[in-house]
Design a protein around this ligand. Structure first.
Ligand SMILES: NC(=O)c1ccc[n+]([C@@H]2O[C@H](COP(=O)([O-])OP(=O)(O)OC[C@H]3O[C@@H](n4cnc5c(N)ncnc54)[C@H](O)[C@@H]3O)[C@@H](O)[C@H]2O)c1
Length: 266
């Protein structure tokens, strides 16, 4: 009940960072994984790591903004594991850009991956879930999207990123309302400040924009005041990911779980 035993779970953007940690944790708890990433090599490397540890996983190259690639990713999961139970739409990108400098191209790029990519992942998974139907317990499939504390508050100089994460929360809530009758639930996870390559990029952006004077300064500033006294590691998101992949959370839908060490109360 408290493990995703045997569930077929896709995690996008799982070649590194939060997605890789979530995928490895779910595999350790008994899930059968499809590791998807735009970077084929890192997807396969994480899948291999899971297999070497005795778990079940395949690696798939997929750009989440590409509908055909997303369909192929789901088909690969179904071929390998017989069905799809849970999709984690986790792939995302960030960009540091002061509010008045955000260009149309910046907006489209960030919204494309973080907004449209999540919409496509949800749509294609729901088509698959509906083909499979509900099981005896009424479970019809599950969507878990990675939003952010930036999906709960607007942050500067990350306004377009924040807008894209508010979009993730909205898509989650709308799908929960639309597909509950099919037994399909949709929830999201909102991480805080997580030490990954993404934050290195955000931090470098602050420096490049002249907003900070040295490497690590923005990361440290954003981490100040976290109630539990430290920034997050990707592993801090594993518990909630295993929970959301497991039957233990099957009666939850439309929710955003903030896992940020105490930054944003919603
Ligand atoms: N790091 C943080 O502090 C933080 C906080 C809140 C939310 N998040 C969100 O968590 C998720 C993961 O972030 P992370 O910190 O692990 O980032 P990361 O940059 O370390 O990893 C992201 C992964 O997604 C992949 N990816 C990027 N674009 C893709 C695409 N179009 N299709 C498929 N894969 C793609 C990358 O290759 C990479 O492996 C993102 O949605 C991010 O917005 C991160």
């Amino acid at each position: 009940m408290h493990n995703p035993d045997g569930r077929s779970v896709i995690v996008t953007g799982a070649g590194r960072g939060i997605g890789a940690a979530m995928a490895k944790g779910i595999a350790e708890a008994g899930g059968r994984l499809t590791i998807a990433d735009i970077d084929a090599g890192s997807a396969e490397a994480v899948a291999e790591e899971i297999r070497a540890a005795g778990g079940t996983a395949i690696g798939v190259q997929a750009d989440v903004t590409d509908r055909a690639a997303t369909r192929a990713m789901i088909a690969a999961a179904v071929e390998a594991h017989g069905r799809l139970d849970v999709i984690f739409n986790n792939a995302g990108i960030a960009q540091t850009r002061p509010f008045l400098s955000i260009t149309e191209a910046d907006w489209r790029r960030v919204m494309d991956v973080n907004g449209l990519g999540v919409l496509i992942g949800m749509q294609e998974a729901i088509e698959q879930f509906r083909k499979q139907g509900k099981d005896a317990r009424g479970f019809g499939g599950r969507i878990v999207n990675t939003a952010s504390i930036a999906g709960k508050q607007g942050y500067e100089p990350l306004a377009h990123y924040s807008a894209s994460k508010f979009a993730v929360v909205a898509l989650t809530q709308a799908a929960a309302r639309a597909f509950g009758g099919d037994g399909i639930s949709a929830n999201c996870v909102c991480p805080g400040v997580v030490a990954t390559d993404m934050w290195k990029l955000i931090d470098k952006g602050f420096k490049d924009e002249g907003l900070t004077g040295r490497d690590g300064e923005a990361f440290e500033t954003f981490s100040q005041g976290i109630l539990l006294g430290r920034p997050s590691a990707s592993e801090d998101l594993v518990g909630v990911a295993v929970f959301l992949a497991s039957p233990a959370s099957d009666y939850m839908t439309g929710q955003s779980l903030v896992v940020d060490g105490g930054m944003v109360f919603v």
